[in-house]
Design a protein around this ligand. Structure first.
Ligand code: PMP
Length: 307
């Protein structure tokens, strides 16, 4: 197994060889657990508070009591990053229901498994930013909210994995899923935006998406710049008729869509993104850079040590 640079399991940093989880862990057996992925820029975890609160929300939606307070989670993050030693890193927190006898009842597990790992960030291919990504509109529908709420960032990602399989078969990098009603929802690990009629459009929460933290940053940039923003219900034709499209995610940031492969044909967009996309790519990077600067300036108190 490839070694991961920094691993924190339950209550301490451990060597990769010691990082073992039980075969009876319900995260492994049933996908019973939640996670968060964060991006670390120059040693600073971007939007750390927002990621911790989304983790808390996911945990509360599955009635999982997190084994650590937000302050303890931050301490675990910093210990992991110290062990990791990379300033530009990928960091993931995973909390599963824990070890327990076979059976779905969460009460069978007395202690959740808490895992943080961090490793050197492997940036997405430059082509994604310089040319753009290909997206395929797939047949796999996003989970019905009433069946499994996409706001739960759960360890069961099969819905998204099925969409990813389809996208790869279609020759695309990422999938675009519709919801049960045929409205645009999101990608497998990204949110979708497009520009139409002079407005920045993105599916609303009600469409059954994971409310991306990158999506929120993009929306706040758009509002600050007085752009018209529409969070709503959109059909496949809306994005096919758009002038530009891009996707967002913590790890990839803002990536232009160069090609959209639909069920009856494909649509090409600007090579490397249109003007609006390029503006968001640049503004997002500025936002991350100023977050890093402000966080450093605020000093260790933002880490929660003084709480
Ligand atoms: N949707 C899904 C299903 C995801 O897994 C992700 C990645 N966390 C996103 C959207 C983008 O969210 P964020 O910007 O918070 O990374």
């Amino acid at each position: 197994m490839e070694d991961i640079a920094g691993i924190y399991l339950n209550d301490r940093v451990v060597a990769a060889s010691e990082a073992r989880v039980s075969v009876l862990d319900h995260g492994f057996l049933y996908g019973d657990g939640v996670y968060e992925t964060m991006r670390v820029y120059s040693g600073v975890v971007f939007m750390m508070e927002e990621h911790i609160s989304r983790l808390r929300n996911s945990a509360s939606l599955i009635e999982l009591k997190l084994p650590k307070s937000p302050r303890q989670i931050k301490l675990a993050i910093f210990e992991t990053l110290e062990a990791c030693g990379h300033k530009d890193a990928y960091l993931r927190i995973t909390v599963s229901r824990g070890e327990g006898p076979i059976g779905l009842d969460p009460e069978l597990c007395s202690r959740p498994t808490f895992l943080v790992f961090a490793d050197k960030l492997k940036p997405s291919p430059r082509d994604y930013y310089e040319k753009g990504m290909a997206l395929a509109l797939v047949n796999t529908r996003r989970n019905l909210r009433e069946a499994l709420d996409p706001q739960i960032k759960s360890l069961n990602f099969l819905n998204n994995i099925m969409a990813k399989i389809e996208a790869k078969k279609a020759g695309a990098h990422e999938a675009l899923m519709l919801n049960h009603a045929g409205h645009l929802a999101e990608g497998t690990t990204s949110n979708i935006f497009f520009v139409a009629g002079g407005a920045l459009c993105t599916p609303s929460d009600a469409c059954g998406i994971l409310r991306g933290i990158t999506r929120d940053v993009v929306l706040s940039i758009a509002r600050r710049l007085d752009m018209k923003v529409v969070e709503g219900e959109f059909k496949e034709e809306d994005i096919f008729g758009a002038s530009e499209a891009f996707i967002t995610s913590t790890i990839m940031e803002v990536v232009p869509v160069a090609r959209l492969i639909g069920r009856t044909g494909a649509r090409d967009f600007f090579h490397g993104g249109g003007d609006v996309t390029k503006m968001f790519m640049a503004e997002y990077r500025k936002e991350a850079a100023s977050y890093v600067e402000n966080t450093r300036a605020a000093g260790p108190s933002i880490w929660g040590f003084t709480e």
